[in-house]
Design a protein around this ligand. Structure first.
Ligand SMILES: [Zn+2]
Length: 320
């Protein structure tokens, strides 16, 4: 199926058919109700959502952090979607969309549809702080990037993995957001916190190589300024070989465009795990249709409802 899709895309001379390719078959209006296709929430979620992760970042990591390095403080309260993104405005299309040759059906879908959003906070061992300075005291702020992934395992298995207590650094992993096959977005880590989505990694930008070391015992990575989003892989994507991967659903692409349009991150700073990986063993997301995604992204209005950045003003807390 992936090969067929690729061949079709290569043969297109206009983006019109591309949009048709990416148009969800079920174009329905705004809805927030849970649906049968979504996995259930998990019992262990209750114990980790007893509080709300405090907002903001820290000045500098500890020189010799213990395992696990649990610096995130929780304040009492109910964890709501607003901890992950500001209340979004009603669905709408960008000003640019009117000038595009996107089919009306795609524009109608975007103007009427808001993805289902759910919370499944990662266990506190699986995420940490963003820092203004690296462990040596050098400035660590970089403009945010978005790093795209795929899970390889199922959506429910991914949620269980991230909600498991992982006391050792080598076990810890998380994304900020997970996009299910039906387009449902699960928020796992607040955007101002550091998800552990990449190991040894560098973002090669027009400014040069960007990476930050926040732990002297671990390799430098992009995690301090990255917002990690992952697609749940198709069944055939759970094999290790690159061939036979049927790719991601249209609903996943639309949800990704909806979410990334709210981060303020420009297209040139949206990258993949494969592109930033320097360990040499990451190839995800394997079947990502970047050109189709960018065509979709242009149709969404750009806002800053998902606050990724770690700024001086955010760091009012003293080091623990
Ligand atoms: Zn990855």
């Amino acid at each position: 199926m992936r090969q067929t899709f690729g061949l079709v895309l290569q043969g297109l001379s206009t983006v019109t058919l591309l949009f048709t390719q990416l148009l969800p078959s079920q174009a329905h209006p705004v809805h927030h109700s849970s649906d049968a296709a979504s996995p259930p929430l998990f019992a262990q979620q209750q114990s980790v959502t007893a509080g709300v992760p405090i907002r903001g970042c820290l000045a500098r990591p500890k020189q010799n952090p213990p395992e696990p390095n649990l610096e995130t403080q929780f304040i009492p309260g109910a964890l709501t979607l607003e901890r992950f993104r500001q209340q979004p405005g009603p669905p709408s299309v960008s000003a640019e969309a009117a000038q595009s040759n996107a089919p009306q059906a795609a524009l109608n879908y975007i103007a009427q549809h808001q993805p289902v959003e759910k919370i499944a906070l990662a266990h506190p061992t699986n995420f940490g702080e963003r820092y203004l300075n690296d462990y040596q005291g050098q400035p660590a702020y970089r403009e945010p990037i978005i790093v795209l992934h795929e899970t390889v395992i199922s959506g429910p298995a991914t949620l269980r993995l991230f909600q498991t207590n992982h006391p050792k650094n080598s076990q810890q992993a998380s994304y900020h957001a997970l996009i299910m096959r039906d387009g449902t977005i699960y928020y796992l880590v607040p955007p101002d916190k550091r998800a552990f989505g990449a190991g040894t990694s560098v973002f090669a930008s027009s400014k040069g190589d960007e990476t930050v070391s926040t732990n002297p015992s671990l390799s430098a990575s992009v995690n301090n300024f990255a917002y990690h989003i992952s697609f749940v892989s198709p069944q055939d994507g759970r094999q290790s070989s690159r061939s036979g991967h049927s790719g991601y659903t249209n609903a996943q692409y639309y949800s990704l465009a909806w979410l990334t349009s709210k981060t303020g991150v420009p297209a040139e700073r949206i990258t993949t795990h494969q592109a930033v990986d320097r360990a040499g063993n990451r190839t995800d997301p394997r079947s990502f249709n970047r050109s189709g995604f960018l065509s979709l992204l242009r149709l969404y209005p750009k806002t800053n409802e998902v606050m990724i950045g770690c700024t001086e003003s955010a760091s009012s807390r003293p080091l623990p």
